[in-house]
Design a binder for this molecule. Structure first.
Ligand SMILES: [Zn+2]
Ligand SMILES: [Zn+2]
Length: 774
């Protein structure tokens, strides 16, 4: 060939290839292989690379691109078109982005934990980044929390107020530099700075704010520490007296606090982790991972009554510096918010909202644009099960099988997240907390506004998704925006939305029917009762209720969730007489109910009324067992009784009770009886270890639900099962259901991309709504 074996190759690369230092990486790989040409951002369509050179070097270049790409990038697809050599290029260039106004869908990265190279810079004396807490590069640092709108240029980020010094400027424009085109580019000469304040907000003079903060923490102070997605409250994790005071101020008597440890070695001093858990701990997303407690290095008051503790590793230079001045195995690092309010984001809000909670404030002068709490995961069968999906994961898209239409979904009520779906992808907002007041709803509105902006969605959505519950603030707000936009608001039954979230994650086709299992605390049922232990034959469009847990009276409604003993007494009333209930609860009733025997009488009377609200909630069944075993009489945080019950079986509990699930058919539906088993546990309470009773209750629930699914599968011929709901963060229940159903030859699907709890329902609502309009 006259070209001397040379060719031209046009390569298209899609996936997470923008905002992660991908183009300079391509530049370096082209230089390494002596190729000429260019690389350019195509917005939605990824990046385009054109190279010319010998065929063998182009091949080697493609191998390099696949094998050496930046850790945070994710190549979905590489396509390569070969053309004859034309000798068009004299060098390799990074071209200015095209279609910048159109940069959209699925390209913007989540926040990235500080990278090893930046940590090395922070440890190099004499350098511009030595001990500089805002050190970042094209591969790491804030992204989602620091961006206002796209295109991703410095003036639209939280760095806009910090002009670069001449050295930063030079490196920013040098394609061979790790900080080329890094919007977070900054150094100790030109970047943001830290400041330390007392509880009144007064600036404290300190030569080294980190050393001073470390000293204050060691003295027993609680310090508010501003990070990248919000403000944390930090304290020592080793001293009971400090944590007691912390809990008193935060009015949070038992809810577990998350820990941050400087290294895996430090984590090992108090917790154990599997290889899979380790993988999540050290990943660039840096979530909180729920690990099994081991040694008593950490105060028991960090996670009272639980067998697990949430742990994360430092992900910012600020946290790195703090631990460099402090030799502690861990610090408590919990979201800095007033009860019921979102986490503080600005310095002013920190002083206003956290005054009285924090003794000191370690702050900085860089804005947080999008609030984002730490993500929390449990690793089950090697994969993530979210209890909170936020920093490090948002705004990563989730592929859904609906390619057409745009939908906004508002989610449920507690531990909420909203979602925007467009072009076959769903984008969950960051964790929004409980939407039970105007502050919460305002946060949800802002989060949706930013998400639409990042996705460049300017027109009205085609449809709105929300929960069927008429009293959720999110359902009511859905009506408002549906009227404003003149589009339909599609209400999803809560548990159907849970099941659909699993179907969507697993790309179940629009025509397919699956068996759905939804196990959670409470959701509004189609019959206006409270559901929560459901077997649903489901498509995206609709469902049929094939089975459920026994419907137990719920006298006083939500009061039963706060006082689990109420649930126990009401549940027992389904299987035994009031006299027997009085008799067997005689010894507990005064402790377990605020108004003792008088209250019990009221509960029993209400339970017998024909108009009492009923619940089939799996969470309520576990609550009742927890109060039966005296684990908790008053719930101080959502899920507390069930979590304490789960902690009880982590030791050497076993099935000494041998109770088989009791399933009957009522009104054409399978019903797993739960009231008889409560009675059984009650009378066996003194003959078996509490841990064995807890074990039996878990096994009963998991086996009972599995058996109903197996019968439903035989009836319908359906072999795929979508399992969801907040109870599925319980490892024992998830694993048992998986084991039994897969042994029967059924395919079992769980949530791994969104929480199985209510933080994932917006994904389901999007797909229910989209399926109904297209
Ligand atoms: Zn870096
Ligand atoms: Zn600089």
């Amino acid at each position: 060939m006259s070209s001397g074996g040379k060719i031209e190759a046009k390569i298209n690369i899609t996936g997470r290839v923008q905002g992660v230092g991908f183009r300079p990486f391509i530049y370096r790989m082209a230089a390494r292989n002596g190729l000429r040409g260019y690389v350019i951002n195509l917005g939605d369509a990824g990046v385009e690379v054109v190279v010319e050179g010998t065929e063998s070097r182009v091949d080697k270049f493609l191998v390099d691109v696949r094998e050496n790409s930046p850790e945070v990038s994710e190549i979905e697809d590489i396509s390569c078109e070969l053309k004859p050599y034309r000798g068009r290029f004299r060098d390799f260039r990074i071209d200015k982005s095209q279609n910048r106004g159109k940069v959209a869908s699925g390209i913007f990265p989540p926040d990235i934990g500080i990278c090893p190279q930046c940590l090395a810079d922070m440890a190099t004396p004499g350098g511009r980044w030595y001990e500089y807490p805002f050190t970042a590069c094209a591969w790491c640092g804030p992204r989602f929390t620091g961006v206002n709108s796209l295109p991703y240029d410095r003036e639209r980020t939280h760095m806009h107020r910090f002009p670069m010094c001449s050295d930063c400027h030079r490196e920013y424009y040098d394609p061979m530099d790790r900080r080329f085109d890094a919007q977070g580019m900054t150094c100790s000469r030109c970047g943001p700075t830290m400041s330390l304040h007392d509880s009144e907000g007064k600036l404290l003079e300190a030569k080294d704010v980190f050393a001073e903060t470390a000293r204050l923490l060691l003295e027993g102070s609680i310090v508010a520490v501003k990070g990248i997605g919000g403000v944390h409250l930090a304290s020592l994790a080793t001293r009971d007296d400090i944590i007691e005071e912390f809990r008193r101020r935060k009015r949070r008597p038992y809810q577990p606090f998350a820990l941050m440890s400087p290294s895996l070695d430090d984590v090992e001093t108090y917790a154990e982790y599997t290889p899979d858990e380790r993988r999540f701990l050290v990943s660039w997303r840096k979530p909180i991972v729920l690990l099994r407690k081991r040694f008593k290095v950490i105060s028991e008051l960090v996670a009272p009554g639980l067998d697990r503790v949430g742990v994360m590793l430092p992900y910012t230079g600020i946290q790195t510096m703090l631990f460099r001045r402090l030799s502690e195995p861990a610090l408590i690092m919990t979201s800095g918010n007033r009860p019921g309010l979102p986490m503080a984001m600005t310095n002013e809000a920190a002083f206003k909202e956290l005054g009285g909670l924090a003794d000191y404030f370690l702050l900085h002068n860089r804005d947080i644009i999008n609030r984002s709490d730490d993500s929390v995961i449990r690793v089950i069968r090697g994969r993530s099960s979210f209890t909170r999906r936020s920093r490090g994961y948002v705004p990563d898209p989730i592929d859904i099988p609906f390619k057409k239409g745009t939908c906004i979904a508002l989610g449920a009520e507690l531990r909420n997240a909203a979602a925007v779906a467009t072009n076959g992808k769903a984008f969950m907002t960051q964790y929004l907390g409980d939407i039970v007041n105007l502050e919460g709803l305002e946060f949800e509105k802002q989060a949706l506004y930013i998400m639409r902006d990042l996705l460049n969605i300017t027109r009205n959505p085609d449809v709105i998704g929300c929960d069927l519950h008429p009293e959720y603030m999110t359902s009511q707000y859905a009506q408002v925006i549906s009227q404003e936009a003149g589009v339909e608001a599609v209400k999803s039954q809560h548990h159907h939305a849970h099941v659909v979230s699993v179907m969507a994650e697993n790309m179940v086709s629009a025509e397919e029917e699956v068996l759905g299992v939804a196990l959670d605390g409470a959701g509004y049922g189609s019959d206006m009762q409270i559901w929560g232990g459901e077997i649903l034959k489901s498509t995206y469009l609709g469902f049929e209720r094939l089975g459920h847990l026994e419907s137990l009276p719920m006298p006083g409604g939500d009061q039963c969730a706060y006082y689990p003993f109420r649930m126990l007494a009401a549940g027992l009333s389904n299987s035994i007489t009031d006299d027997i209930i009085r008799d067997i609860t005689e010894n507990h009733v005064e402790n377990a109910l605020p108004h003792g025997k008088k209250e019990l009488e009221l509960i029993l009377r209400q339970s017998r009324r024909s108009d009492v609200v009923k619940t089939s909630g799996a969470g309520r069944f576990l609550d009742a067992v927890a109060s039966l075993l005296d684990l908790t009489y008053y719930r101080t945080y959502e899920g507390e009784p069930a979590m304490r019950l789960e902690a009880l079986i982590s030791g050497n509990a076993s099935d000494t009770l041998h109770l088989e699930p009791e399933i009957c058919v009522m009104g054409g539906k399978y019903v797993l009886k739960t009231s008889n088993i409560l009675y059984n546990y009650m009378i066996n309470k003194n003959r078996h270890k509490y841990s064995d009773i807890a074990y039996s209750a878990h096994k009963y629930l998991a086996e009972g639900v599995s058996n109903m699914v197996i019968s439903a599968s035989e009836d319908t011929g359906i072999k795929r099962v979508a399992v969801s709901g907040g109870v599925l963060v319980n490892e024992f229940i998830a694993e048992t259901i998986h084991r039994i159903l897969s042994t029967e030859g059924l395919e079992v699907m769980f949530n791994h991309k969104v929480p199985p709890g209510d933080g994932g329902t917006a994904l389901g609502q999007c797909c229910v709504a989209l399926s109904s309009v297209i």
